[in-house]
Design a binder for this molecule. Structure first.
Ligand SMILES: Nc1nc(=O)c2ncn([C@@H]3O[C@@H]4COP(=O)(O)O[C@H]5[C@@H](O)[C@H](n6cnc7c(N)ncnc76)O[C@@H]5COP(=O)(O)O[C@@H]3[C@@H]4O)c2[nH]1
Lengths: 194, 194
């Protein structure tokens, strides 16, 4: 089914490329963060990829779009990206995989650094569902069912993969709930793991 | 179903990003080829993206892997890639999309340039099906059925999209048939379109 297929292709086509070391050109996600820390003189309290799953499936280009108007609350700002992963894939020479680093500013504390992004397959699904005429065959799917199949399958596969298992975090964020602030959700997740 | 979902996400999550102009940073695929021709002093007889669909679903890192041992036959060689498409997508800043240019050498004629690659979702599917233990839920799928659903849906969607319709070509290649040479299959496709 759609959600299960999405999770398999997200893991095999992406997480399996960017998280583990490939024993050759790519040192692995955690080491990539270590290199970034050394170069930029910053500290990531948690060296994992935070994958944000939004309730509405809407994924803005930049996570700062989820910041609240009230700047006294913690807020996200993109910084320099991590080092690119480049590899020849399916006839595409030097295909590039790039992860973003964000800092969370908060009152009464130093900014907190993390690697974060939305779950891209959900972003694509959201765009697909918005174009009903083009993708008529998918007009009667239940998005929430697809997302829950996606998350359940992804969690299963990550758990079974020793080299990815403790290196990504699925983060649920209800972007339709005005009382939820993504920066706070991420800070809580970091405290939980630290 | 899996194949239909793969086609929708390949079109919406990739072709829709790299083929049309976005009216802002990206001039569009055809114009990107024009720029390449001017910079490199070469000519692309057909300014479309050739998407190679292999029978076995196996997609090598570089299309040269399909060249025959006999060098009297036409053969592929990767050249400098086209200009990157960069855009913020789902929280990933400056996500990079890159297409490869290849030249086909042939006896008794100048080399022929083209933009080509394998259909990445099939590559990912191939890797997923090879890891039966990790993706148990997909162990009883019929790959050929998925591919045929994928191709049929993709063809439908491309046909309905005026800004992509004459800009990509699906190319079927039976990589298990020793008498088929991908470079020749592509040359024939180019002659057909020219
Ligand atoms: N040739 C090629 N070059 C690309 O740059 C590219 N980007 C996407 N695709 C293919 O288009 C389709 C839709 O992409 P989406 O982003 O929704 O899902 C992607 C996305 O969620 C994630 N992913 C892959 N590459 C990246 C990336 N560089 N950054 C973030 N996420 C990525 O993993 C999924 C599967 O990727 P692929 O299995 O490589 O094939 C994809 C997919 O079939 C590409 N195909």
């Amino acid at each position: 089914n759609y959600g299960v297929g999405m999770a398999c292709s997200y893991f095999e086509g992406y997480l399996a490329h960017i998280i583990p070391s490939d024993g050759a050109r790519f040192v692995g996600f955690e080491e990539n963060i270590n290199i970034y820390e050394a170069k930029q003189g910053v500290i990531f309290p948690v060296k994992r990829l935070f994958i944000v799953i939004t309730k509405s499936l809407y994924c803005p280009p930049d996570l700062k779009h989820f910041n609240k108007k009230n700047r006294k609350l913690p807020y996200l700002e993109a910084c320099q990206s991590l080092e690119d992963v480049e590899k020849d894939v399916a006839g595409v020479k030097n295909r590039t995989y790039r992860n973003s680093a964000y800092k969370i500013y908060r009152a009464g504390g130093a900014p907190v650094y993390l690697a974060a992004e939305c779950a891209t397959p959900l972003h694509t699904l959201h765009r697909v569902l918005e174009r009903k005429a083009l993708y008529e065959e998918l007009s009667d799917v239940d998005p929430q069912e697809i997302v829950s199949d996606f998350c359940e399958m992804l969690r299963k596969v990550i758990k079974k993969s020793p080299d990815c298992c403790e290196k990504c975090e699925l983060v649920y964020y209800d972007d339709k709930d005005p009382s939820q602030n993504l920066a706070d959700v991420l800070l809580d997740k970091i405290k939980e793991i630290e």
